[in-house]
Design a binder for this molecule. Sequence first.
Ligand code: SAH
Ligand code: SF4
Ligand code: F3S
Length: 467
Amino acid sequence: MNTKTTVIEKEELEKQFSYCDKIAAFWQSEGIVPAAYVETYGCQQNEADSEKLRGYLAQCGYRIVQEAEGADVVIMNTCAIREHAEQRVFGNLGALTHTKRRHPRQKIFLCGCMAGETKVSDRIKKSYPHVDGVFSTHHLWQFPEILWKVLNQKKRQFYIVDEPGSIAEGIPQVRDSKLKAWVSIMYGCNNFCTYCIVPYVRGRERSRAPEDILAECRALVEGGAKEITLLGQNVNSYGKDLGGGMDFADLLEAIAQIPGEFLVRFMTSHPRDASFKLFDTMAKYDKIAKQLHLPFQSGSSRVLKAMNRHYDRETYLSKVLYAKKVMPELVLTSDVIVGFPGETEEEFEETISLIQQVHYDSLFTFIFSPRPGTPAATMEDPTPKEEKSRRFDKLCAVQNAISEEIHNNYVNKTLRCLVDGKDKNLLTARTEGGRLVRFAGCDSLIGTYQNITITGATTWSLTGELA
Ligand code: SAH
Ligand code: SF4
Ligand code: F3S
């Protein structure tokens, strides 16, 4: 496997910036301030990518708007993780024929993970003529060039060449929040879990240089960010491709040593690579949030093997046990798939017992969705849909009871929370573990850390008052 990371040269990026200048000059000559709308589906990686697209768009002279109606550019940044996600995108893409009819100079693009699938780009070529451009995640850094060609050559553009992937430093970003920032530390995935499309659409695992990540984090903290979330499909394998000896725990430690008042979080951790060293590092620094998202996917070792996850139930449990020992206050969340091909009733019950044993704060629960091109899509799957739904409902009921119990235990405790916004007439805040708290207070508290005493709880959130 080619492990050398391709870094996009500065000159290449300069070329993209010159396309931005050309586009900005074009609109200026027309006397128009154009509008752009970016719609994001899927995970935080896509959120982070959308911030880069908005950064480029701003540099091209566009103002960012919140709806497709009347926008000169509409970008759908898509997710391919489950079939349902794709159906939603195709539905919404179809509806854009109307916005374009009402605003004929609208240019429509589809990017993100779906754009990395040949079946999707073929379908768009054939059946969605109102879409002006498709570009996969590998080509995001070339967006200004793509936009320029669409505007200038009046021809549809398809930038969908599959490749191992590259790293482009220096793409401008328009961040959604000044307070809470995403920082991608690596891209792609090498794990090829048998159910998952991500390695096929996001390319090989590649890490950004630690100095670039640290510089970005320092600048964010200096700019007022109170929370940084490090992103990667498998952050625990950070640095393996760099050969510099720095692993994820080392990177986390270096970030925790940046001066300033902030918390650092990360996602996602793959259990195979989550190390005791990582948990010790988390325990050691106040600035590292005691929150861990550690997807287990199934409680059955046989299913885990069929999923190609490279750990078994026992190893997983021993890691969780250690993490909880060194961080008694740890908030633990996870992902789980129900109805993987061939999952038996007994194997499903192993998932239930694992949940009961671990006691997660919350879970992201999914019914297996076959992704064409992945090994699991062609595995024999005799379990009927209704049976999978029944298992899914049972899983949710068991977890909801646990979440409620854990939330109830918060009542009367006082927690340091970051006040991050407003929901109707109440302020919203996040505990160190990432739990949502609503409380009454004045708007000037937004952006500060406050001690909040928890007064009430539901399955999904907490209520409180200033301590
Ligand atoms: N890199 C992360 C997960 C990214 S995808 C990790 O390995 O933990 C987020 C979640 O979607 C996965 O953890 C998995 O639970 C779920 N998922 C992925 N592919 C799926 C599929 N084909 N069907 C159902 N759920 C799936
Ligand atoms: Fe998908 Fe597995 Fe990679 Fe996560 S680790 S992105 S589930 S292949
Ligand atoms: Fe979806 Fe791509 Fe994320 S498939 S979950 S947007 S990496």
